[in-house]
Design a protein around this ligand. Structure first.
Ligand SMILES: *Cc1c(COP(=O)(O)O)cnc(C)c1O
Length: 385
């Protein structure tokens, strides 16, 4: 029988099932006590003052840029090598993304790239930082550059829980940090996200905008003993709150976040061990200690020495029962952005070099060692080694 190795696989324990059952039996399914508890425990976990749970990371990114005061016509730096959500939220506010190339083999924005971009594009208001695959950008240097140049920082940490940098968890560096609990992220709520900040004003703004621009939570209306029918609307807000059913799943997942991370690390250690010597592959470079990395993804690049295209490689892997993915087709190649901003591939040499051969290998907690070895063997087979 041929093997079936998925690209990603979630781990759900009895804890999540019990917590979801509690919610179902409580009669309160939308935002309530479980969401509050999830926010509290998440902010305690990363040791950041304020956390606001929402129904996606995309929602968190939208709320974050809005709270940072991004207005129509403003310019925001965004890496090209990321998921489209990092850029679309800039357009939601009628602002314009300025796309940046990233370092080869990490897909991270570096201080050098940012300094160069600031010189070429004066007056940019903010930057979206992506901790690609779960490795932290060099935030201390980036923060210094941003504060000198009046740039606000929003971190897209969709891959980066739990990721550490300079002894602290990601979530303690930029003005706003956004996490994702989408189905295939490091911990999941099915769909969900979390916005984290240390700025109380941003937190208050996000809480209001998260739920219709209402000046107090619906949750408060039904639980406080003050007269509860009256509320005011102070802005045309959004509908971005997290339901308690999702928060219940998140609470169970949170308990295992570090176990999951260590489990993924075991897998990538085998990948490095078995694949490092293959000159046809450029493996991800880990700049920091291996345990500071969340290891959400393991993206490799088939370089010019490989005797096969990326697309054929993916087909062959699939025929052998191995699921893979591509992170990412860079945004400067996407029709909408390419046309609207007249983007030229020549301005993104590292993203282009990556895009020619990028494939992401299967990676999830409790992946069998034999399965990891099978993936490595088949890669060698496909490359004729
Ligand atoms: C998954 C992802 C998002 C969006 O997360 P959702 O929770 O699905 O909205 C944003 N940015 C990056 C880099 C992602 O990988």
């Amino acid at each position: 029988m041929t093997k079936k190795i998925p690209f990603a696989k979630i781990s759900i324990s009895n804890k999540e099932k019990e917590l979801v059952n509690e919610v179902l039996e409580s009669g309160w399914l939308t935002t309530g006590s479980k969401t509050l508890e999830f926010e509290r425990k998440f902010s305690e976990y990363i040791n950041a003052p304020f956390a606001c749970a929402v129904n996606s990371c995309t929602a968190a990114l939208h709320l974050g840029l809005e709270a940072l005061g991004i207005k129509p016509g403003d310019k925001v730096f965004v890496p090209s090598m990321t998921f489209t959500a990092s850029a679309e939220v800039v357009r939601y506010l009628d602002a314009d993304p300025i796309f940046l190339d990233t370092e080869y083999q990490t897909n991270l924005i570096t201080p050098e790239i940012l300094l160069d971009a600031i010189e070429k594009n004066p007056g940019v208001k903010a930057i979206v930082i992506v901790h690609f695959a779960g490795q932290a950008v060099r935030m201390n240097e980036i923060k210094e550059i941003c504060s000198k140049n009046g740039l606000k920082i929003m971190e897209d940490a969709a891959h980066a829980f739990p990721t550490k940098y300079d002894g602290k968890y990601i979530g303690n560096f930029g003005d706003v940090t956004c996490f994702s609990f989408y189905a295939n992220k490091t911990i999941t709520t099915g769909e969900g996200g979390m916005l984290v900040t240390s700025d109380e004003e941003i937190y208050k703004r996000v809480k209001v905008m998260r739920l219709h621009g209402i000046n107090r939570d619906i949750w408060d209306r039904f639980t406080s003993d003050k007269p509860s029918w009256e509320y005011d609307v102070v802005e045309a807000g959004y509908k971005y709150n997290m339901p308690d059913i999702c928060a219940a799943v998140g609470l169970g997942q949170l308990d295992n976040a570090e176990v999951f991370r260590k489990e993924r690390q075991k897998v990538i250690e085998i990948y490095y061990d078995k694949l490092s010597s293959l000159t046809e592959l450029d493996l991800p470079i880990c700049h920091d200690a291996i345990e500071n990395h969340s290891w959400h993804l393991f993206p490799i690049v088939l370089n010019e020495k490989a005797n096969i295209t990326r697309n054929d490689f993916i087909t062959k892997m699939s025929e052998l029962g191995i699921g893979t993915s591509v992170h990412y087709k860079p945004i400067h190649r996407m029709t909408y952005y390419k046309k609207k901003y007249n983007l030229d591939e020549k301005d993104f040499p590292n993203a282009e070099k990556t895009w020619k051969g990028n494939v992401t290998l299967p990676l999830y907690p409790y992946m069998n060692k034999e399965d990891v070895l099978y993936v490595c063997e088949k890669i060698k087979l496909i490359l004729n080694l």
